[in-house]
Design a protein around this ligand. Sequence first.
Ligand code: NAP
Length: 509
Amino acid sequence: MSEHVRVAVIGSGFGGLGAAVRLRREGVTDFVVLERADSVGGTWRDNSYPGCACDVPSHLYSFSFAPHPDWPRTFSGQEHIRAYLENVADVFRLRPHLRFNSEVKTMTWDAEKLRWGIETGTGFLTADVIVSATGPLSDPKVPDIPGIDSFPGKVFHSARWDHDYDLRGKRVAMIGTGASAIQIVPAVQPEVAHLTLFQRTPPWVMPRVDRAISGTERWLHRQLPFTAQARRGLLWGIRELQVQLFTKRPDQLGMAEQLAKRNIARAVKDPELRAKLTPDYRIGCKRILLSNTYYPALAQPNVDVVASGLSEIRGSTLVAADGSEAEVDAIVFGTGFHVTDMPIADRVVGADGRTLAESWKDGMKSLRGAAAAGFPNWMTIIGPNTGLGNSSMILMIESQLNYMADYVRQLDVLGGRAALDPRPAAVDAWNRRVQERMKRTVWNTGGCDSWYLDANGVNTTVWPGTTTEFRRATRRVDLAEYEVLRPSVPGESRRGKKATQDKRVEAGA
Ligand code: NAP
């Protein structure tokens, strides 16, 4: 007989570990956390590139239930964030629940038994509920560049850094100018022979006010925890106010552009380079990046900025869309992740036998960023339209954990074997509201293309409001937004969603 659990959590980054802590707090101990790698940390485990750090201050970029008075810097590096997550796993006694090297191959809804069958790399199990916390930044995207197979040198993605490969003295091409690339460039520029940066679109980069947190501050945060809470509250409050500019008044962002232009002018004296680096779209349309070292690195004599995307590779020669060429020994792709086309969606098979990817082929849609119609008892952390452009994703994750906790509670209250399937009308209503608010935001009106938009140009990733609004919207599961499914009568062999339709009890009826 295969193993059965109440809840299967997938992924052990911030979302998965947070779900595990919350489940234990709700008194649910019958759960596993399935993790494809051999340690916790998610994106903070996978991204170990030189210079990797978070651009949200650590006192805000951490769980409210696991404060860490000893953050060493205002913006912590990857190794500290990863260590923090390892510590969360220990302190909250999550280790017995963790299953490493257990990549989920498929999740299939069993409409008769009202549970999920989960095929992993190490075996099969079933679960009443799946909490998918695989995150949007987990599967690296490498563009399909013609001729890439002909390249004789080293190639890797920023999220799969090859620490065995020595970049010293090499001619290196950095592809992309997103949050990852702008941290890698200043970290590797001093040691490489030559760096060619392929910039398709220049980002807006603001100064980074980063400093070591003093021993006194840390002592204070340890002795008087409310001081750390006050610090977190201040960091949060500023961002709650800021987001109004992004969501309602993008026209007022001009002053921020002036500050960012000064950041370029301070470091880059060459007018030609300065022009290349100056964006022509509204600040905030793409994620605003923070760095004091990016522009100074680009002004160094061993760096060339090609203001054009990489379009072809001929042996060791990289050809840009504008025809310029560069001969290199290594290529680093800082080209982002499969966000609106996340591969995990191909592995979820719902009530009518369709995959989540098929269901989302015209765009990702969920109920309150968590549940998808036709995928009963399946929810996701950092689902559609839960991303933030300016604040800490941990705030959004914690709101989703509130929703998850209530979801499990509601199933308990319903009693017996039951499942919740979002009503398509409720999903549509939620998405209509989200997209209506999205119309005015800088992400939709700022005149840029970004990973926030899907292939149809629809913003299915970012939350167009404050974190407080999202918290309110996800405090409780509203059963009227769901159909309650009950098992079909024994002996009837039926697989699809329709099979159980007549057995459905109208929620709230
Ligand atoms: P990204 O923001 O998606 O950036 C990808 C970059 O690759 C873009 O500049 C894109 O250009 C470029 N690109 C794609 N194909 C190209 C081609 N053929 N030639 C030249 N350039 C090409 O990816 P990311 O930098 O990995 O960041 C992803 C997200 O991770 C961030 O937005 C952020 O949420 C998170 N992150 C955060 C931090 C932090 O906290 N500091 C650090 C790293 C990542 P276009 O702009 O023209 O599309």
